[in-house]
Write a protein that binds this ligand. Structure first.
Ligand code: AMP
Length: 506
């Protein structure tokens, strides 16, 4: 029997007494304890009716039990579906009805709202709370710490991760055992991750970065994690002297640089800082090196493809560049109109192919066909350029994605909510530079003649419907939206006009 991901990430640690993670409270858990906890949860999953291939939808706090749930999902042969902890009931309802999971895991406080949604999808429901209590953990306590691992083939799905869609509907990216395993192997090798490492883990674990890049590479290499429930500057500063690696979004690094305690001395034991999920400004890269002597290593990836490229571990880490394709991954730049590969140095659409690339969107064969070529190349939606030395740089996004604090916001989703408010004619949502978050969400709104809408009213309605990170930081009321001759809203003009909005006094 084999199960590619389980056999590589978890099985080797069943007798490993070394540190798997250290919690916020300073408690240390060994790999052996973690694998045992996962097996106990696997029994609960099976008792709840989960079978190989079934989805398990999880909106749970960042805790070791949540990681054990991921491991248990892999061990039972299920498909792990992590959901942003900020999603509202109406957002969750869509994911659950689309993915039709066999089991939903949420906090006690969400149970009442989610119960009818889970029942309608035919799913059982268990709970896991921020303090570790809940029916999932209660039922797991007396279970055996061994579980017969379910057979899975390399192409079988291990995870389903939803990405926001430009059309407003989120798409579920289907990720196989091989996708996740090949990427963890490539990254751990390239970044020389080993059992001597201690990783500062302050990222969320419902996203590819915190879950797969950070956790899978730690598991495959046997590294220990300082597992923080969130990015807390004091805690990170305190943990740095005992750590060797950190993975973060650019916001983590700009926040560290803004703190006077962040110095060469406290980063003396560190050997690697990795950045990704959003562009790292060249100035941040340079300021970081000046302050600490470390050069941040930037990499590039996305939910659908896992990681594609990375700056080298040894060799020049170029500011503003995301480096070279990972082992086994091909990257090319094509003309988005013709699909033809560009001349060297040309700017065009980034396409990628390799064992890291997903197999398609859940229940969306047409979307899959639009973005994943028959040749296996995935059309990323990012625009890039490869220099004479082979380094890739991302020069823009074809989609109007806003990345705020490392989270992606697709404008259309926010616009859809605003447009439903009575008195609104139309809206355009776009990003402007923000010192802390990289970009901030702004909404330009056109109101009907005589309508008396104000910001407070709009933001009240929007905040009931969307996760907090998607809420516009400002609403600007305009007479009309700028449009080109084809009738398309020119978001570049909006971005230019309001570029300094957040640096001007209100
Ligand atoms: P997600 O699917 O949430 O991981 O978002 C993927 C998108 O984030 C990519 O398509 C890029 O637009 C962006 N992204 C990821 N890493 C980088 C990076 N290092 N520099 C610039 N953009 C990035």
């Amino acid at each position: 029997m084999s199960n590619p991901l389980y056999d590589a990430l978890f099985e080797p640690h069943k007798n490993n007494e070394a540190c798997f993670l250290i919690t916020d409270e300073g408690e240390q858990l060994s790999f052996r304890q973690f694998v045992g906890m996962a097996a106990q949860i696997a029994h609960v999953l099976r008792n709840a009716g989960v079978k190989p291939g079934d989805r398990i939808a999880v909106q749970a706090p960042k805790r070791v039990e949540t990681l054990a749930l991921y491991a248990a999902s892999v061990q039972t042969g299920a498909v792990y579906l992590p959901l942003n902890t900020g999603y509202t009931l109406s957002e969750l309802s869509y994911f659950i009805s689309d993915a039709a999971p066999a089991l939903v895991i949420c906090q006690d406080k969400a149970e009442e709202g989610l119960s009818p949604v889970a029942s309608a999808a035919g799913a059982a429901l268990l709970t896991l709370n921020a303090d570790g209590t809940g029916s999932l953990t209660a039922q797991s306590k007396d279970q055996p710490t061994e579980f017969a691992t379910a057979y899975r083939a390399p192409d079988d799905l291990a995870a389903l991760l939803y990405t926001s869609g430009t059309t407003g509907r989120s798409k579920g990216a289907m990720l196989s055992h091989e996708n996740l395993l090949s990427n963890a192997t490539a990254l751990a090798g390239l970044w020389q991750i080993s059992s001597s490492d201690t990783l500062i883990h302050a990222l969320p674990i419902f996203h590819t970065h915190g879950l797969f890049v950070a956790v899978n590479t730690s598991l495959i290499a046997g590294a220990c994690m300082r597992f923080m429930s969130r990015f807390d500057i004091d805690q990170v500063i305190e943990a740095l002297p005992g750590a060797t690696t950190m993975m973060g979004v650019p916001t983590f690094y700009t926040r560290l640089l803004a703190d006077a305690r962040f110095s060469r001395d406290i980063t003396g034991s560190m050997r690697l800082f990795v950045s990704g999920s959003a562009p790292l400004l060249a100035e941040t890269h340079e300021a970081f090196e000046e302050r600490t002597g470390h050069r941040i290593l930037e990499r590039y990836g996305m939910t659908e493809t896992n990681m594609n490229t990375s700056n080298p571990y040894e060799g020049e880490r170029k500011p503003g560049s995301v480096g070279f394709p990972l082992a086994g991954t091909e990257v090319k730049i094509v003309d988005s109109n013709t699909g033809e590969e560009m001349e060297p140095g040309g700017v065009g659409m980034i396409e990628v192919r390799g064992p890291n690339v997903f197999s398609g969107y859940w229940n969306m064969p047409e979307k899959t066909a639009e973005e994943l070529r028959v040749s296996g190349f995935f059309i990323t939606g990012d625009l890039g350029q490869i220099d004479a030395e082979g380094y890739l740089s991302i020069v823009g996004r074809e989609k109007d994605l806003i990345i705020t604090g490392g989270y992606n916001v697709y404008p259309i989703e926010v616009e859809d909510e605003i447009n439903q408010v009575s008195g609104v004619v139309e809206s355009a949502v776009f990003g402007v530079p923000h010192g802390d978050f990289g970009e901030a969400v702004i909404a330009a709104v056109v109101t009907a003649p005589g309508a008396t809408l104000d910001t407070a009213e709009l933001s009240q309605i929007v905040s009931e419907r969307l996760a907090r990170y998607k809420h516009p930081k400002r609403y600007v009321f305009v007479a009309e939206l700028p449009r080109n001759t084809m009738g398309k809203v020119q978001k570049n003009l909006l971005r230019e006009t309001w570029a300094n909005l957040l640096s001007e006094p209100v």
